[in-house]
Each structure stands twice: as C-alpha cells, then as structure tokens.
Design a protein around this ligand. Structure first.
Ligand SMILES: Cc1cc2nc3c(=O)[nH]c(=O)nc-3n(C[C@H](O)[C@H](O)[C@H](O)COP(=O)(O)OP(=O)(O)OC[C@H]3O[C@@H](n4cnc5c(N)ncnc54)[C@H](O)[C@@H]3O)c2cc1C
Length: 488
C-alpha cells in the first residue's frame, strides 16, 4: 500500500536534510512530497528540491523542443519559488538513480521524498532509486499525487481493477477525496552550494533543442490563473454545452499543467467543489459534473495503465494485435501536416502543429480518421501526438488512441466518425476550420464542412483534394475489423 501523507512514521531524529525529488510535480502548492518533507524535518531541518534531466528521456526521439521549453519555464518558476522561500531547487543531468544517490551522499541527506507515478518506466526507476538510497541508509518516502484516488484504493465488487469507465466513475466519484496541501511559507536551505554535483538550469539550446511555437504561460502561477478563470467564471458552469465546440474557449486548457504538475489535482478538485456550491440551475450543475467526469477519465486511464502496463506497447484487445493496417507513409505525412483534404481534420492537425494543443473533439476526429479512414496503425498517431502535445501523457494519450482505434477496453468498440457530420455538428459555421485553414476563406460553409470543394478551388488555394474516400474506407475498415474479430 503506498504511503499517504497522513500515515508516515516518526519525525527524523538529528540533523535532518531532506531532498524533494521533483519530476512531474513542478509546484510548491498542494505538493504532498514537499509538505511532508517540511513536516518531517521540522524547524531544525533543511529541505532542498532537485530535478534531474534524464538523457534517456531527452534523447528518446519523441520529446520535442516545445515540451522541453514549456518544462524549462515551469522549472525556472519552481526554482524562483524555492529561493523566495529560503532554499533552492538543484538541477542535475544524468542517469536518475545514480544522480539522486550522488546528490543525497553529497548533501548528507537523511531523507528523500518524491511523488509517485503510474508509468511503467517511472515505477521501475523509482523502485531502483528507492533500493539504492535505502542501501545508503537514507529513508525514502513517496506519495500519491497525480490522481485523487490511488489505484489500490478502488476496485470492482469482485476486487478486480476496473476496465470499464462508467462503473469506475460511479465508485470513484463517491469516494472521499483528499484535501489540498498548503503551500509552504518558509524553507531552510544549505549555507553553501559549492562543490555539489549540480548544474545551473540549462537553456533549451544547451539541451540541444529548438522550439518554434508560441507557448502558453508555463508554471504554477499561470496554472492557478487558468484554474481560477475556469472555475470562478462561467467556464465550468457552461462546460457541458460548450466543451464540444472547438471554435469556442469551452474547456479549461489545463492539460499541460496537469501533465507537468504545475497544479495539484486536489487543488483542482477543491475548486470544482466550491463552484458546485454556487450553482443556480440544473444546466450549471451538469456542467460541473461533466468536468469532474473528465478528471475521472484522466484517472481511469492512469489506473488501467498501472494495472495493465502492457497497454504501452500494443492493443488491449488480442484480436487487434495483428490488425492488417495499410500503413501508407505518404498518407501518414499528409495527416501529420494537415493536408488530407478533409478540412476539419486538417484544421485540427494545424492547431496541434502550431500550438502544441488540440481540442478534445478534434483529437477524437483525427484519431478516428487516421485509424478508420487511412487505416494506419494507431501507434503511429499516438507517437506523433506524444511528439507534439505539450500535455502528451502516456496514460491519457494511449487511452484516447486505443478508444479511437477500437483496440482498447471500450465495451462498444467500433466507432467510426464521419468527418463531415462531425464538422456540421461541432463547427457549424466553419469558424474553427477557417481559423486554422485561412486559405479556405471565400468557400461556402457547406463546402468547408462537407469537404466537397471543387477541384479548381482546391488548386487555386494549394489545398489538397481528399486523399481517400470516407465511405469506401469505412466499409473497408468494417470488413477488416469483422475478419479480425472472427479470427482465432
Ligand atoms: C486520441 C486522444 C489523445 C489524447 N491524448 C492526451 C494526452 O496526451 N494528454 C492529455 O492530458 N489528454 C489527452 N487526451 C484527452 C483530452 O483530449 C485532453 O485531456 C483535453 O483535450 C485537454 O484539454 P483541457 O485541459 O481543456 O480539458 P478539460 O476539458 O478542461 O478537462 C480537464 C482535464 O481533464 C483531463 N481530461 C479531459 N478529458 C480527458 C480524456 N478524454 N482523457 C483523459 N483525461 C482527460 C485532462 O487532464 C484535462 O486537462 C487525448 C484524447 C484523445 C481522444
């Protein structure tokens, strides 16, 4: 059973020096590892933050400059916060297990605190780090942080992990949620930081990345600003009616912050509960419940990844593991670049490429298009999303892709989105399409939505003709899916 902040052992006896190892919790507010470090070392103790740049992650071929740039912004602010409180956030570059041990020895740490993750890679790293630190006689404590309810604190009546969202939600929403941890007011740091195996916060260039997109504001203050704007204003109240229209600012856009942990999930939940107490209509209440359901989707995917780590490498449904995908590279490039000739798909891909974020409705549309219309392996799309999305997160991304590809746990798996119907329903004026495809100005709304654009108009605008025919491709996919299901 993972430790929570309330069931820890006795305070440290002498000369306590605690390291708080930050990874995807780049904040001081509502941070269980940091709060507990302070509580444990007490007034006599020193609390230092550390962040380790892992070359294996930086060089994994998926991590892009935009994401690293956003993260550096978060780290810059986190370090400023540590310094303002009287301590420091230290940086290291190296293999994480060796690095944390090296630093712990150098500062003579008595404790290392960190918040847990659910990704297989992180679980393995943390297990190894815990063992190595304990061998050095250092106490290690870790905490539930990325979700409100720990994976082992919720199960079906049969005691099994949930595989279906709706019963998960019913049980999850009824569970008592933890309260946020207050931000610290003061920290004590080292008298001197000389001769430590640390580096200054590297620049993007020093890490050998470039970024050419304009990023949203990074860091904790920006996250709180977004959260307050959404929950104190009308955003959360109108969420149910607005959230599916990509031309509207109808969602919180908190996802990059939840990904890097610049806002604590308990703080987010608290805000939703406060908003709930002020609702004036059924519609507003539904808005808040629907938003809470999305937070529960996030947690559902974290839990299934925790219990079924094999999801990371392939389809959940065995029948889909050998699906005969077409895997046409030229079509894949057209999809990535937003040049499929389907305006709603292309607009969404341009939004992704130019901002590092894509509206949820559009994520579903482009994922369905890649898998059901282009018949390309969902893992290609999953990887491209991980490259481009600032909120790229293994659990949510894999969950979203497996749902869209009909390869996941979804009990009603065969969903095929018709891009034209989706556009008509969710972008009825073609406002979103035109925002990202300005070259289509002057076409009729019907042409924008249906994608039936006269060839001479496409030529004039250097816009591609549709690279596939939706009705033919969906028939083809259905047949392949049927054959696959029938195969032993
Ligand atoms: C193919 C596909 C891939 C996706 N990849 C990611 C990803 O890499 N990272 C990611 O955070 N989300 C992913 N999502 C889920 C969802 O699209 C984004 O979380 C959402 O668009 C973020 O915008 P927001 O912050 O305004 O969300 P809001 O609508 O304001 O929701 C609040 C928060 O709830 C969580 N959330 C909302 N919807 C979902 C969902 N369907 N699944 C899981 N969590 C959700 C997010 O943390 C989000 O910030 C993916 C969805 C699909 C269909």
């Amino acid at each position: 059973m993972p430790k929570t902040a309330s069931n820890l052992g006795n305070p440290i006896a002498q000369n306590p020096i605690a390291l708080v190892w930050h990874r995807r919790d780049l904040r001081i507010d509502d941070n269980p590892a940091l709060s507990e470090a302070i509580a444990q070392v007490g007034d006599r103790g020193i609390v230092l933050g550390v962040f380790i740049f892992d070359p294996d992650i930086l060089d994994d071929g998926v991590t892009e400059g935009s994401k690293v740039d956003f993260m550096l912004g978060c780290l810059r602010e986190l370090q400023a916060n540590y310094r303002r409180l009287g301590s420091d956030l230290l940086f290291m570059l190296g293999q994480p297990v060796n690095s944390i041990c090296e630093l712990a020895k150098a500062v003579k740490a008595s404790h290392v605190f960190f918040n847990q993750d659910v990704e297989p890679f992180a679980i393995k790293r943390d297990r190894e780090a815990t063992n190595a630190l304990q061998e050095l006689g250092i106490k290690v404590q870790s905490f539930i942080d990325i979700g409100l309810i720990a994976p082992d604190a919720i199960a079906t009546q049969a005691g099994e992990p949930y595989k279906v969202y709706t019963p998960f939600w019913r049980n999850w929403q009824a569970k008592l949620k933890p309260k946020p941890f207050d931000a610290p007011q003061k920290l004590t740091g080292l008298a001197s930081y000389e001769n430590l195996p640390v580096i200054s916060l590297p620049s993007l260039r020093e890490l050998k990345f470039i970024n050419d997109i304009t990023l949203p504001k990074a860091g904790e203050a920006a996250a709180i600003e977004l959260l307050e704007a959404f929950c104190d204003g009308n955003g959360i109240l109108r969420y149910q009616t607005e959230r599916d229209f990509p031309a509207h600012a109808g969602t919180s856009t908190l996802s990059p912050h939840l990904r890097f942990g610049t806002v604590g999930i308990r703080r987010v939940w608290e805000k939703a509960i406060v908003a709930e107490q002020l609702v004036r209509s059924e519609e507003e209440a539904t808005g808040i419940t629907t938003w809470k359901q999305e937070l529960a989707w996030r947690e559902f995917y974290q839990h299934v990844l925790f219990y079924f780590p094999e999801l990371e490498t392939g389809a959940y449904r065995p029948q889909m593991r050998n699906f005969p995908w077409d895997d046409d590279e030229e079509k894949f490039v057209a999809w990535c670049e937003g040049r499929t000739g389907y305006p709603i798909v292309d607009a969404a891909m341009r939004q992704l490429n130019q901002t590092g974020w894509m509206h949820n409705r559009c994520r579903m549309i482009v994922a369905s298009f890649l898998t059901k219309d282009l018949i390309i392996n969902w893992q290609w799309g999953e990887r491209y999303f991980m490259q481009k999305l600032l909120d790229g997160d293994l659990a949510a991304n894999n969950g979203g892709w497996q749902w869209s590809a009909s390869s996941g746990m979804d009990p009603k798996p065969l969903r095929i989105f018709n891009p034209a119907s989706q556009a008509r329903k969710y972008d009825p004026e073609g406002e979103y399409i035109l925002r990202w495809l300005p070259e289509l100005q002057g076409l009729t709304t019907a042409e924008l939505l249906s994608g039936n654009i006269p060839p001479h108009q496409c030529k004039k605008r250097d816009y591609p003709l549709p690279i596939v025919d939706h009705s033919i491709q969906q028939q083809k996919f259905k047949q392949l899916y049927k054959d696959c299901k029938a195969s032993p």
